[in-house]
Design a protein around this ligand. Structure first.
Ligand SMILES: [Zn+2]
Length: 297
């Protein structure tokens, strides 16, 4: 299975795949970029590939590239709406192209489901049919209706050991030094490490945001507000920036022994996390929210 770490979960997948009754509704929870969506795809491969997720056959490749007609992936939305769920229901109701194969849907960032969409999804979860599988992937499952949560089989994913991430990077062609450096930068998140290694533009942005954070901390308020003014123009960039800063602060919190410093970081983190969460759920005033972040750095 092409999944870095998560040994326990892989075992569970094997066990589930060989059991007679596979749960129809799964929820993969845990921090961003630790491999939840990756695991969802691997589990679907495990179910539908004749050679237990070989990674080589047509089925595995189609699932990997999200081109398999028996797989629907809902992702990269600002908000997941009722039409997305209606589409999912239609897709799951069709007959599969392969005999005995599972029809599956992955809803990435399921916390972005709006309330109408959640109500609509609930119907499907309540009446699972045949060989259908729905996997919700989320780092904020608390935003899902209790009625949804109670129908899901929840599997938790945690950060992965740095050593395993390093090995994976080397497998992908990184030299010893680069693998070491990136695995340290990635805070135990294989998804982040691979992106930093493979997407040079992303790495550039990431390092810049890291420098920005340090510079802003040593800047006067006027300069900080100027920075926010520009950042608030691009919602996507603002969200990415918050995610990067949150990772950096979490790490500082672990490494810093000074109690008052830890309290200060904790406070800054709380503000950032609240605002990141709000920006993904509602139309908050981005500039005002970011100003709150920036004065608490
Ligand atoms: Zn295969």
């Amino acid at each position: 299975m092409n999944l870095v770490g998560h040994k326990k979960q892989k075992k569970l997948f094997d066990k589930m795949a060989s059991s007679v009754k596979i749960p129809h509704n799964l929820l993969f929870v845990g921090p961003e970029a630790v491999g939840k969506k990756r695991a969802a795809k691997e589990f679907i491969k495990r179910l539908n590939c004749k050679n237990s997720a070989c990674g080589e056959c047509g089925t595995c490749r189609d699932i990997e590239n999200e081109r398999d007609s028996d797989l629907l992936v809902i992702k990269e939305r600002e908000e997941i709406k009722i039409d997305d769920i209606r589409d999912l229901q239609k897709r799951l109701a069709l007959t599969g192209k392969r005999k005995d194969s599972y029809k599956a849907a992955i809803i990435d960032e399921a916390h972005l489901l709006n309330s109408q969409a959640q109500a609509c999804l609930l119907k499907t979860l309540e009446e699972p049919k045949g060989k259908a599988l729905i996997i919700l992937v989320s780092e904020h499952p608390q935003t899902l209706l209790d009625t949804i949560l109670s129908r899901m089989w929840s599997i938790k994913f945690s950060p992965v050991e740095t050593e395993l991430i390093k090995e994976e990077l080397k497998k992908r062609g990184a030299g010893e030094e680069e693998a070491e450096k990136i695995s340290q930068l990635s805070f135990s998140k294989p998804g982040l490490a691979i992106k930093l290694f493979e997407d040079k533009e992303f790495k550039k942005r990431w390092v810049k945001k890291k420098d920005d954070l340090n510079n802003l901390r040593n800047s006067f308020l006027a300069e900080r507000f100027e920075y926010v003014k520009n950042l608030a123009k691009d919602r996507k960039e603002a969200k990415e920036t918050l995610k990067i800063w949150i990772s950096l602060l979490r790490r500082e919190m672990i490494e810093d022994g000074d109690e008052s410093e830890v309290l200060r970081i904790k406070k800054a983190l709380k503000v950032m996390e609240d605002i990141l969460f709000l920006t993904s759920k509602t139309n908050v005033n981005l500039k005002l929210s970011l100003e709150k972040v920036i004065i608490n750095l």
